[in-house]
Design a protein around this ligand. Structure first.
Ligand SMILES: Cc1cc2nc3c(=O)[nH]c(=O)nc-3n(C[C@H](O)[C@H](O)[C@H](O)COP(=O)(O)OP(=O)(O)OC[C@H]3O[C@@H](n4cnc5c(N)ncnc54)[C@H](O)[C@@H]3O)c2cc1C
Length: 402
């Protein structure tokens, strides 16, 4: 949508082809229906939230940055607001208002929108794109194409990887696609017993082969397969290709082991004949407290006065360093974002143009760039889309002038 809008505003005659019955089907489900449309941070901070190929995005963010995106939405009748972590949402908390605003912009700009229209393949003449062939066999001739077909996640929204195939068929190399911002499957079964329990203000550290990949404070969730929630999703984008890793949870990041030891001594002295598992409820949510002695390999049925010093040390250590083993991620269709895609080396980042096919541009999740949660991924799609559209219009203008 951004590519079509910017191309049209730059003077091109634009047709937007969408296979679905409506525009922006994925937008509707973003931010739990509220659409975290961007992140109000500066470029340096933005790029710190892009684990792969951040430098590819400099020109795109210069073309349209978070301020620019908010201004565009305002111009199109959708006011936005900033929340915790500089996340930006529409004031109405409705993702549909973002789509409606963009649609309004497209119509005002005179973009022809064809819904229920799936592109089957690109039509080429030597090294230039000359049109697209549709699923029904018709060919639409054109001077330039922007491929903005998304990745492979949530395929029910239309992103089934067609654009990746177009890229491959026209000789572009791809980085294998894998799920990112996705739940993590654990070897241990105990997280399943805590399904639905969310832990706030913990520190999650992820490692692979002893190397720290990620360490952050925040929130996570136990699920029927292992763990999810913000910290787990973010770790997923740092895991190696096999999706495996080790995790250590610090359940009390605000206290040192010494402080925790003193706290336990005090609590145990005051608790006297109460059971250990009961007293742990003062430190942990009830369901976790109930299984925690078992995780420390300590008998939860013993009274606090019976807990020997070495078991107290085990409890303190486990509170600070509870291990989990990640055996893999959930599948890509459950992932918020696709990692991998069209190799950035095949695209000129100054204009988003293919380096090997004239008139061909790429934008959004189809490219091998992905970011953390927080509005960064949509802003990447918007910025690369805007730059691709503007550049494609410039290319057509130059060609006409020749
Ligand atoms: C559940 C969920 C929540 C998310 N929440 C957020 C959030 O709050 N903030 C954020 O920044 N990011 C969020 N994301 C990520 C964000 O939605 C994507 O990164 C972004 O939508 C990618 O935009 P895109 O235009 O590249 O692809 P898409 O949004 O996937 O759009 C691609 C479009 O191309 C169409 N298409 C595909 N193939 C063809 C074809 N052959 N012919 C015609 N049309 C075709 C599809 O139907 C689709 O409409 C979320 C993702 C998910 C799954």
């Amino acid at each position: 949508m951004l590519a079509a809008l910017f191309a049209s505003r730059a003077g091109a005659t634009v047709t937007l082809l969408e296979r679905n019955e409506k525009l922006g089907k994925k937008l509707y489900i973003t931010g739990k229906g509220r659409c975290n449309v961007t992140n109000q941070c500066d470029t340096d901070e933005f790029l710190q939230n892009v684990p792969r190929n951040p430098r590819f995005l400099y020109s795109a963010l210069r073309c349209l940055n978070p301020d620019g995106m908010r201004a565009l939405l305002r111009e199109l009748g959708c006011e936005t607001k900033e929340e915790r972590g500089r996340r930006v949402f529409p004031v109405s908390d409705k993702a549909s208002d973002v789509t409606r605003a963009l649609e309004r912009g497209l119509r005002q700009a005179g973009v022809r929108i064809l819904l229920n229209t799936r592109v089957r393949q690109l039509v080429m003449a030597e090294k230039s794109v000359t049109g697209v062939q549709l699923e029904d066999g018709r060919t639409l001739p054109c001077g330039a194409v922007v491929v903005a077909t998304g990745g492979l996640s949530y395929p029910s929204t239309g992103s089934t990887g067609d654009g990746l195939r177009f890229a491959r068929e026209t000789g572009h190399s791809l980085v294998p696609c894998r799920p990112s911002l996705v739940g993590l499957v654990t070897k241990e079964a105990w997280p399943q017993a805590l399904q639905g329990l969310s832990l706030k203000n913990i520190c999650l550290t992820g490692l692979s082969c002893g190397k720290i990949l990620y360490s952050e404070l925040g929130e996570m969730l136990f699920t029927h397969f292992g763990i999810s929630g913000p910290l787990a999703l973010e770790l997923s984008s740092h895991l190696p290709e096999n999706g495996r890793g080790e995790i250590f949870l610090d359940l009390k990041p605000g206290l040192t082991e010494e402080q925790l030891t003193r706290r336990l001594s005090r609590d145990f002295a005051a608790a006297g004949k109460k059971k250990l598992a009961t007293v742990m409820q003062g430190l942990l949510p009830m369901r976790l407290a109930a299984i925690f002695p078992g995780l420390c390999r300590v008998d939860g049925e013993q009274t606090c006065s019976q807990v020997p010093a070495q078991n107290r040390a085990k409890i303190v250590h486990t509170l600070k360093c509870l291990p989990l083993t990640v055996t893999g991620t959930r599948p890509i269709d459950e992932a918020v974002i696709t990692r991998g895609g069209v190799d950035v080396r095949m695209i000129n980042p100054a204009v988003m143009a293919s380096r090997i096919t004239d008139g061909l541009y790429f934008a959004g999740e189809v490219i091998d760039v992905d970011a953390h949660t927080g509005g960064y991924n949509l802003q990447i799609a918007f910025s690369t889309g805007a730059l691709a559209g503007k550049s494609a219009a410039g290319y057509l203008e130059k060609r006409t002038a020749k």
